[in-house]
Design a protein around this ligand. Structure first.
Ligand SMILES: Cc1cc2nc3c(=O)[nH]c(=O)nc-3n(C[C@H](O)[C@H](O)[C@H](O)COP(=O)(O)OP(=O)(O)OC[C@H]3O[C@@H](n4cnc5c(N)ncnc54)[C@H](O)[C@@H]3O)c2cc1C
Length: 246
């Protein structure tokens, strides 16, 4: 790990560096990598062994692995940035709070990203805090002329961050009401948004919340499935060792 920089009170950018990143090429926005964490913030990293079915540590324990968006990768400088939400209790979140240069972690990937439809008449991007890195990349990758509506839910105003400039994007931030289930404000925002025919929708966040968004898009609006990408990034009340499968 080469550096740590707060982007907001709830989001921290962690830069990894090392020869092991040689050749890590990420071509599409909203891709994924898997982050293997040490047993504790100060412990040395122990690499697990693939037993043909899963990664296991010596003694048979499962390693802590979480999924993140490779926010910036530089194959020449051999650097990789991950933006990690400081949401509270969670191995990755707690590790990120204590992260400092020199500590070790391992990365595998990348997993497939999102292919932008450059001919789409408009885009709707919707997500919670965990989707801010992916939404930022999408804003950087979308054609400048494409009208783009962005809806982001944060648990508190201090979760807002500066997003990349896009000349045709409208960004709306929504604060989750205290005690409301995650995604509540995001779902309401998506329901309020006028979605013109042909609009491509990309949404990610808490699994149950985005499932409700998916049902709204398919069942109520009858948007063709090929025009939507909806991904569960985490599950409320459940630690994620297998986030990709959510
Ligand atoms: C493709 C993909 C890309 C992702 N990209 C990012 C990214 O760039 N940045 C990022 O921060 N996350 C990202 N995530 C989500 C991240 O993998 C999960 O939030 C993960 O569970 C965090 O691990 P943890 O150890 O901090 O918490 P866990 O140990 O997994 O969970 C502990 C508790 O915290 C809750 N929790 C987990 N995540 C959140 C959250 N975001 N907000 C509130 N409560 C939460 C859980 O419900 C559980 O109760 C991505 C997920 C996927 C699948």
């Amino acid at each position: 790990m080469a550096g740590v920089r707060p982007l907001s009170a709830r989001l921290v950018r962690i830069t990894f560096a090392g020869a092991e990143l040689d050749g890590l090429q990420i071509d599409e926005p909203a891709a994924s990598v898997r982050l293997l964490l040490p047993g504790s913030a100060t412990a040395a990293l122990v690499m697990p062994i693939w037993n043909g079915n899963e990664f296991l540590l010596p003694g048979g324990r499962r390693p802590t692995i979480r999924t993140f968006t490779p926010r910036r990768s530089d194959p020449v400088a051999r650097e990789l940035d991950l933006d990690v939400v400081l949401h509270g209790t969670g191995r990755a979140s707690e590790w990120a709070v204590a992260a400092e240069a020199g500590r070790q972690a391992a990365i595998s990937g990348p997993g497939r990203g999102y292919t932008i439809d450059r001919d789409a008449p408009a885009y709707l991007l919707a997500g919670d805090e965990s989707a801010i890195p992916a939404i930022s990349q999408l804003l950087e990758s979308l054609p400048p002329e494409t009208p783009t509506q962005v809806e982001i839910e944060v648990p508190a105003p201090e979760g807002r961050v500066a997003l990349p400039e896009h000349p045709n994007a409208t960004i709306e931030w929504h604060d989750l009401a205290p005690g409301a289930p995650p995604g509540d404000a995001l779902i309401a925002a998506v329901r309020r948004t006028e979605i013109a025919p042909g609009t491509r929708v990309w949404a990610a966040g808490e699994a149950a919340a985005v499932q409700r968004i998916r049902r709204y898009l398919f069942n109520e609006l009858a948007i063709p499935r090929g025009q939507t990408t909806v991904r569960g990034y985490w599950k409320h009340g459940r630690a994620g060792d297998d986030d990709d499968e959510k």
